[in-house]
Design a protein around this ligand. Structure first.
Ligand code: FAD
Length: 302
């Protein structure tokens, strides 16, 4: 712990925005993972100051949203974790355009769009991520993806400058954008939707929610689909056909309800989850010659 760095950090942030030795299990949907040295929840205005401070004291930093696509190692994260969340969660609507700050939850933005009778975002209403995380991952479900609705995104560059990126510049592909490789921080996104009918939008949202509830093991902590969909296959089907339904390493399990989900069934450590992921990758490759790639991002020290 660098006490001078911490002192400076505390000058920028309020007490409730700044933590040390903060267990990451509280901030990721897998509900496991070790402590971050520094954990901050900044407002938009505070981000450039925090980054400048990290650079000055050579403290590494990472950005997270709602932690719904992350597996954090048991030994935690050295450096600073910046959560883009409740201090950056405004959503505004003008005509067909929804402007959402990066920390707004997809569910909240979709609700707001629905209230304004705007359609096109129903697919995202049940994805438990933030707008920032959804842009980074080009989150998608049930035939929809962020690429279809994002008009432009405002990011902070590593040099601390705000920059607007058009849809083309974002290079959105299957669970991919240019954001991580450029070290950008998503600040807000402008979405373009279409006029719709409230009852129809709500009906679609309910239908998708029911599908999720019936097919996904939402009663257990997880990070959603653990693996990307390999070209020409479904990850869940390959895992099931490899005989791995219910396969367990410690408290980590291949969900019996949906083999594409690795769940934290009972106090799993990150190491157990990682071991299980690796076992699944090996067994599926041995049997079908397909190497599954993780959609979940592994961060920190294991
Ligand atoms: P995090 O998990 O916090 O971060 C993900 C990545 O984005 C990290 O690399 C992080 O560094 C980066 N990041 C986050 N915010 C920012 C920012 N503001 N600026 C720069 N980088 C940032 N995903 C789907 O696509 N479709 C689904 O149907 C789906 N269903 C799910 C169901 C469940 C039950 C769960 C737990 C997860 C599901 N997911 C799904 C995965 C996850 O919700 C998405 O990937 C989501 O977009 C991640 O958003 P997040 O805010 O939680 O990001």
């Amino acid at each position: 712990m660098n006490s001078i760095f911490l002192e400076q950090l505390q000058k920028i942030l309020e007490e409730e925005q700044c933590y040390t030795e903060e267990s990451m299990s509280r901030h990721v949907t897998f509900r496991t993972g070790g402590p971050a040295d520094y954990y901050v929840k900044p407002s938009r205005k505070q981000i450039p100051e925090i980054i400048a401070l990290c650079k000055q004291y050579e403290i590494p930093w990472i950005v997270i949203g709602n932690g719904s696509n992350l597996l954090v190692g048991d030994r935690g994260i050295r450096g600073l974790v910046m959560e883009i969340g409740k201090y950056m969660d405004q959503v505004t609507v003008e005509g067909n355009r929804v402007t959402a700050e990066a920390g707004a939850l997809l569910s909240a933005a979709a609700r707001c769009a629905a209230n304004h009778e705007l359609t096109g975002m129903e697919f995202a209403s049940g994805i438990p991520g933030s707008i920032g995380g959804a842009v980074v991952m080009n989150a998608g479900a049930y035939g929809g993806e962020m690429k279809q609705i994002v008009k432009k995104v405002t990011v902070l560059t590593p040099e601390g400058k705000e920059k607007e990126l058009s849809l083309e510049e974002l290079e959105l592909g299957y669970r991919h954008s240019c954001i991580p490789e450029r070290n950008y921080i998503v600040l807000q996104a402008e979405l373009e939707l279409r006029q719709g009918v409230l009852t129809e939008i709500e009906e679609r949202m309910t239908e998708l929610r029911n599908q999720r509830n019936s097919k996904q093991p939402l009663e257990y902590p997880s990070a959603g689909s653990t693996f990307k969909r390999p070209e020409g296959y479904f990850a869940g089907k390959l895992i099931q056909d490899a005989g791995l339904r219910g396969y367990q390493v410690g408290g980590a399990q291949v969900s019996e309800k949906h083999c594409g989900f690795v769940i934290n069934k009972e106090r799993a450590t990150a190491a157990q989850i990682r071991q299980l992921i690796s076992d699944v990758q090996d067994r599926v490759e041995e049997q079908f010659g397909v190497r599954l790639e993780t959609e979940v991002k592994l961060i920190g020290e294991f």
